[in-house]
Design a protein around this ligand. Structure first.
Ligand code: TYM
Length: 340
């Protein structure tokens, strides 16, 4: 059985360069990467191989990758402390992914709700890559023997699949090769919801631009989007019980608390019984305060793509050093290596 005490603690997470990052990506994931790099060896990856499971315009892909790298750095990830790198430049992710494809079971992948959501009625016509995507994600984690994986709640099922793959691999080959990766999901901002519909998660693919705040939005856009955010006609309720049936109000309070690193209940107590306009007015200031320095830094960084590409390239070389060793061990265990 797997035991993590034999392994050094190591953090890995990834973000797709699919065109713009939103407040959900920031509060649910990237913001939480920053303190982890102080405690653990950390790797943060721009997962372009995941992005191409749906069509990406080749001419635009590099600048999208640079934008994710810029968001990492502008949010406080220090490329001197963490390995900031690009998935496709470390081919070992793909080599291990094939082996893991032979470990994972069809039934496990058939249960993935994100595939069902993304494929919808178009199941016969989506790429095979979209179906096997969670196996590549398991490989991203396992090729570094990562022990901790900070993600938003929408990635929880993929993490569970990665854990199943680790367990089966270690059992099949009767060796504790991989640690059991632990998800780190910040309860306070695990699922930031759409500003237009508090029952749907904030997402890049929503047709309404007013559903999400992008990290590159101007102060004016942030203000307009929060002003237009869906709310109830009544004031905020007086009890947390009543709030349970108010997903949009809960979402705005969640964003407030997460931006301020405050306790949700304390924030609720401050606004209970008040009009939404009061909450929105303060929330606009708080979100602008949080995002505008990140946006300004991102604009500065993305104006120098060479610099960002260099960081990704040098990070990829560092990542490759770890990945090569792990892949060699895996080849030995699976019986793929020559003896000399
Ligand atoms: P991606 O690129 O869709 O999202 C990046 C991170 O943002 C989180 N997130 C959210 N958190 C809270 N509220 C939301 N509305 C919201 N939307 C997105 C995601 O949970 C994620 O943490 N498969 C992954 C990328 C990946 C990965 C990995 C992650 C590939 N390999 C290995 C961890 C480890 C994805 O598509 O994330």
């Amino acid at each position: 059985m797997s035991s993590n005490k034999d392994f050094p603690r190591r953090v890995l997470s990834g973000v797709q360069p699919t065109g713009g990052l939103h407040l959900g990506n920031y509060l649910g994931a990237i913001k939480n990467f920053v303190p982890l790099q102080e405690k653990f060896q950390s790797l943060f990856c721009v997962v372009d191989l995941h992005a191409i499971t749906v069509w990406q315009e080749p001419k635009e892909l590099m600048s999208k990758k640079c934008e994710v790298a810029a968001a990492f750095i502008a949010s406080g990830i220090d490329p001197k402390k963490s390995i900031v790198f690009n998935q496709s430049q470390v081919a070992e992710h793909l080599q291990l992914a094939w082996i893991l494809n032979c470990v994972a079971r069809m039934g496990w992948l058939n249960r993935m709700t994100q595939f069902k959501d993304k494929a919808g009625k178009n199941k016969e016509n989506v790429s095979v890559g979209l179906f096997t995507y969670p196996v590549l994600m398991a490989s991203d984690i396992m090729i570094y023997k990562a022990t901790h994986v900070p993600v938003g709640e929408d990635q929880k099922q993929h993490l569970e699949l990665a854990r199943d793959i680790v367990q089966k691999f270690n059992n099949d080959f009767k060796k504790n090769v991989f640690p059991m990766p632990e998800p780190i999901i910040m309860k306070s901002a695990a699922r930031i919801m759409s500003l237009r519909d508090g029952t749907k998660k904030m997402s890049k693919s929503d047709i309404s631009e007013y559903s999400r705040i992008m990290l590159t939005d101007s102060d004016d856009e942030i203000s307009k989007k929060i002003k237009k955010a869906k709310t109830d006609a009544m004031p905020l309720p007086n009890s947390l019980k009543e709030l349970e049936n108010m997903p949009e109000a809960t979402n705005l309070l969640t964003i407030y608390a997460a931006c301020e690193d405050e306790n949700f209940e304390l924030v609720f107590n401050r606004y209970q019984g008040k009009n939404f306009s009061e909450l929105k007015k303060d929330l606009i200031d708080i979100v602008i305060n949080k995002l505008s320095p990140i946006r300004d830094e991102m604009i500065k960084l993305t104006s120098d793509e060479d610099y960002l590409q260099k960081i990704l390239q040098s990070g990829s070389l560092d990542a490759k050093k770890i990945a090569t060793e792990v892949l060699k061990e895996v080849y030995d265990v699976v019986g793929l290596n020559f003896s000399s």
